[in-house]
Design a protein around this ligand. Structure first.
Ligand code: SF4
Ligand code: SF4
Length: 716
């Protein structure tokens, strides 16, 4: 199960010569892989590249016809290690993940792969999750490319260019015997466009034409003395081969302009922001005709020194538009120019900010400042500055009209999320056993660090919640609690956290959120996922890849399952884990299917039942306005977006009362929390019955009569 259906996209994967593909950038990459003759693709889910692997998974029949092996790997390290197939054999392969977090995980395999070099083309599609919408550390994949000498493509967000870069990326990889990274920013992944397709190619060797002879070559094994020779080969042979290939195939693009005493050098991924800024300033048209020459680096590593110096030689100044820090490109361009004795002034960071996302507004400001300072030949500054003033005026006016800054809207658990009750329970448990340190992990449950919970003192990486407790745990009087999702558990938490904690004899508490999916990345299946949906709950499962079986396998003996929505039970199991006399790791498996996935699964079923005239009951919760006092402690212990406030109709009540809106999925947490915290009896549960039976109607009529009678008495 994945977050959306890819039926349309799957059909587009079959397009052949002369057809036209239309859709998202990341799906164009998927089609380009098949046109390039890949024999295998591996990946680990994560925005913004999850769709690539989801589509290939949904297109199994096409993959089988082409002999392409597709794997949802256990981690990014596993996906990178798959590329080992291309070290000895002429098979093309691709791996994909979210960067830089995924590249961190994959970097061991990447170092070895880059050192050994490849015979078949190896392409790594990294989704660069950088900027204000990112959910990860603000770093750049560029650093990994430089340290391991992996070539880095950063294509202009334009479908034909993206597709060409995939195809040329494989050729570059083979020509230079080096793996190649294709970096796609979020905007490039989701940019809409079209390109003329080619018929898919079968790989030279693949599942339908298998290899028969293994190849052994010690020069490809990463052990001394091979590694010394590999380093020399990288520098003396592979690097120059790559530079020649990039130059000869014109992978970088020059867009000429009449004001050619200045220029702009940009990462390919920043081209659209640059050309838009020039358009807004009246220095380019809607078709991309620019007055300021642009050197667009579709390959950001390695640079082609003579191309750089050739572009700059006749210019007084160039602006480098390079998103992120450190300023690798700007520094490298300065070095290239100084070595070539070209005296062009290089500007970049300073006019543009060193850190943070280069949004349209940021690039516009930087380009405008550059143009104003450099005064390009033949450009009348007056209209340029007027246009800028108009845009700045609109922005200022917008701010003025808004008055107050727009309140931030932090992410949060979905309505009815099964993970929320665990944190409600933790807040309540802390009142009994005292405050405890919580090592958080990556996943939806990281939202616990936000209000109203603010639970989770540190976040160290995916599946690393328990490992990150091993230093602080022994220094605390009280046991510490670690979080882990089921996705993180299988990613590496089982070994780096659980097995190690048992091996070391650590004494702590681990809560594993068993929601059944890799939920945060789009509901991809993980080893413990149940076919058809739901979660394995309630204890030891005799077969399948079960979390409890895995825990017992590495020596954990204290294991408890608890249904997350039963807040008193979660409190009770937390209490016993925190106060248990016996030392050793205590693991609580918190079972509750991801509500988003559950709703997507059951809503069509409910709709069908209703359409078929069958009886169907949907549970909802509500707040009795007459009882609610308006102190809102329920909201402080829940945070469900459905649990909100409204003005009281009672004129004697000053404060707004709690209110459950129509999004409620009836998970029951409100009532559980109120009960467990002994708050108030204002919550009630109701059932919305569609196609009621005769018994339902009779009961309702009866209840209505009783209520009417009581109301009359009350009024009297
Ligand atoms: S996607 Fe699922 S697990 Fe994640 S916050 Fe939403 S309901 Fe909870
Ligand atoms: S029952 Fe309460 S917590 Fe659950 S979805 Fe409805 S309002 Fe939200």
């Amino acid at each position: 199960m994945a977050e959306r259906s890819f039926a349309k996209e799957v059909e587009q994967l079959r397009l052949g010569d002369g057809d036209t593909f239309e859709g998202e950038g990341i799906l164009a990459v998927t089609k380009a892989l098949l046109q390039s003759g890949v024999s295998y693709v591996g990946g680990y889910q994560g925005a913004p590249v999850s769709h690539l692997i989801d589509v290939l998974n949904d297109a199994r029949p096409i993959m089988e016809e082409l002999g392409v092996h597709v794997e949802n790997c256990a981690s990014e390290a596993g996906a990178a290690a798959m590329l080992g197939a291309s070290i000895n054999y002429p098979v093309r392969g691709a791996a994909t993940w979210k960067s830089t977090v995924g590249t961190n995980v994959a970097s061991d395999a990447l170092s070895n792969l880059a050192s050994a070099g490849v015979v078949g083309g190896a392409l790594i599609v990294v989704g660069e999750d950088y900027g204000e919408g990112a959910s990860i550390i603000q770093e750049r994949s560029h650093a990994f490319a430089m340290k391991s000498q992996i070539w880095l493509l950063d294509p202009r967000p334009d479908h034909p260019t993206i597709v060409r870069m995939v195809e040329k990326g494989f050729e570059l990889s083979e020509a230079s015997q080096t793996p190649v990274m294709l970096e796609l920013r979020i905007r490039a992944c989701h940019v809409q466009g079209s390109f003329p397709t080619k018929t898919n190619r079968k790989g030279e060797f693949s599942g339908v034409n298998r290899l028969t002879e293994p190849v052994f070559d010690y020069a490809k094994v990463c052990l001394p003395p091979s590694t010394y020779a590999q380093e020399k080969e990288k520098i003396e042979t592979r690097w120059p081969a790559a530079v020649n290939f990039v130059r000869e195939n014109r992978l970088n693009e020059v867009f000429d302009g009449s004001a050619d005493d200045v220029g702009i050098i940009c990462q390919g991924g920043m081209y659209n922001a640059v050309i838009r800024a020039l358009q807004q300033l009246g220095l380019a048209d809607a078709w991309g005709e620019t007055r300021i020459p642009i050197y667009c680096l579709n390959v950001t590593y390695p640079l082609v020194p003579d191309e750089v110096s050739g572009f700059c030689a006749s210019k007084r100044a160039v602006l480098v538009v390079e998103e992120g820090q450190p300023a690798y490109l700007e520094d490298a361009i300065n070095t290239v120019l100084r070595k070539a004795d070209v005296q062009t002034r290089v500007m970049g960071k300073g006019l543009l900010p060193m850190a943070g996302e280069y949004t349209g507004a940021v690039v516009l400001a930087g380009v405008a400042d550059f143009v104003e300072g450099a005064v390009p030949r033949g450009v009348d500054l007056r209209p340029v500055l007027e246009k800028r003033a108009v845009i700045d005026g609109h922005r200022a006016r917008g701010q003025e009209l808004l008055g107050e800054p727009v309140p931030t809207r932090p992410p949060s658990f979905c309505t009815g999320c099964p993970e929320r009750p665990v944190f409600s329970a933790m807040k309540l448990a802390e009142k009994e056993v005292g405050k405890f340190h919580v090592s958080a992990d990556i996943g939806c449950h990281t939202f616990s660090t936000l209000p109203p919970f603010n639970i989770g003192n540190t976040v160290l990486g995916y599946g690393l919640g328990l490992a990150s407790s091993s230093g602080i745990g022994p220094n605390f009087e009280q046991r510490t609690v670690s979080m882990m999702g089921d996705g993180g558990f299988w990613h590496n938490g089982l070994t780096s956290g659980v097995a190690n904690a048992v091996f070391q004899g650590d004494d702590g508490v681990l809560v594993i959120m068993n929601n059944g999916y890799s939920a945060a990345t789009g509901h991809q299946a993980i080893p413990s996922s149940v076919k058809g949906g739901g979660v394995r709950t309630g204890g030891f499962q005799p077969d399948g890849q079960d979390i409890e079986r895995a825990l017992r396998g590495v020596g954990v003996t204290w294991i408890r399952h608890v249904r997350t929505y039963s807040v008193p039970k979660v409190i009770s199991v937390l209490r016993s884990a925190m106060t248990e006399k016996k030392k050793g790791l205590k693991v609580i498996i918190a079972d509750g299917e991801c509500q988003l996935a559950r709703q997507r699964r059951i809503k069509p079923e409910i709709r069908k039942r209703i359409a078929d005239g069958k009886r169907s009951v949907r549970e909802r919760f509500g707040v009795d306005e007459d009882v609610c006092t308006g102190d809102h402690s329920c909201i402080r212990l829940s945070g469900c977006p459905s649990l909100t406030v409204k003005d009281a109709t009672d004129p004697l009540k000053d404060d707004p009362v709690a209110h459950v809106n129509n999004d409620c999925v009836g998970c029951g947490l409100c009532g559980e929390v109120s009960h467990a915290a002994v708050l108030c009896p204002s919550f009630y549960r109701t059932g919305i019955v569609s196609n009621p039976s005769r018994w339902d109607r009779f009961r309702q009529r009866f209840a209505d009569r009783i209520i009417a009678r009581l109301s009359v008495r009350k009024a009297a």
